[in-house]
Design a binder for this molecule. Structure first.
Ligand code: CA
Length: 227
């Protein structure tokens, strides 16, 4: 399932191989560079999703490689170091490293750090532009438009409209809408869906625009063009 690409920059063959095997076993794709210059070239030509970077490297040291990687990208960087003192950690963090692992380490420890870095680097959700008929919803800014005119929505109205826009032409039962927008723990008795659908209709049907949110009697609602 995991197919993220990890770039390992480590000059000691034995350690590089140990890391590579561990990563491959976990399902990651791996590139290995034996010095900083090569690592930077690989990172530039084929940007990795995560970098494991040894501090002590011949030529450019890990710190310098870290700084240079940072000028071009936000890729998570895990630094490996034999130096375990506070000053070095601070120096590394200033250079843009995201985490540290002190040698020697176990493969389990390494994988736990790698997974944690991937979790941290995941965006909460990727913004999308959803479109249906002349409705547009920007999930990044939470703004909605009909025929390019902005629609002013409250947070719940937005969530309800997003649910419809993600499931166009599908009948959404009241239970599904309720669970997805208000959650199981909503205590109130409920014509709340009807109320919010009415708000959405008021806001999306200005100037005689055709209805898009239709009632399916006894079942729920559907976003579709008028028949
Ligand atoms: Ca080294």
């Amino acid at each position: 399932m995991a197919s993220e690409r990890v770039l390992v920059i480590e000059d000691e063959a034995r350690i590089a191989q140990f890391i590579e095997r561990g990563l491959i076993y976990e399902g990651y794709r791996v590139s290995v560079a034996r010095d900083g210059q090569t690592g930077l070239m690989i990172a530039r030509d084929n940007p990795p999703d995560l970098v494991i970077l040894d501090w002590m490297l011949p030529g450019l040291d890990g710190l310098e490689v870290c700084k240079r990687l940072r000028t071009a990208s936000d890729v998570p960087i895990l630094m490996l170091t034999a130096k375990d003192d506070v000053k070095d950690r601070v120096t590394g963090l200033d250079a843009g490293a995201d985490d540290y692992l002190v040698k020697p380490f176990s493969v389990d420890e390494l994988m736990a750090r790698v997974r944690a870095l991937f979790r941290r680097s995941q965006p909460v959700s990727r913004p999308e532009i959803l479109r249906f008929a002349d409705l547009t919803l920007d999930t990044g800014t939470h703004r909605a438009y009909r025929s390019d005119k902005p629609i002013d929505l409250t947070a719940k109205e937005y969530e309800l409209l997003e649910l419809f826009m993600r499931n166009p032409r599908q009948v959404l039962t009241r239970d599904v809408i309720f669970d997805r927008v208000w959650g199981y723990d909503f205590g109130g008795e409920s014509n709340i869906i009807e109320v919010y659908v009415r708000y959405l209709r008021q806001k999306t049907e200005t100037d005689g625009m055709p209805r898009l949110i239709h009632t399916v009697r006894g079942v729920g609602y559907v976003l579709r063009e008028e028949e």
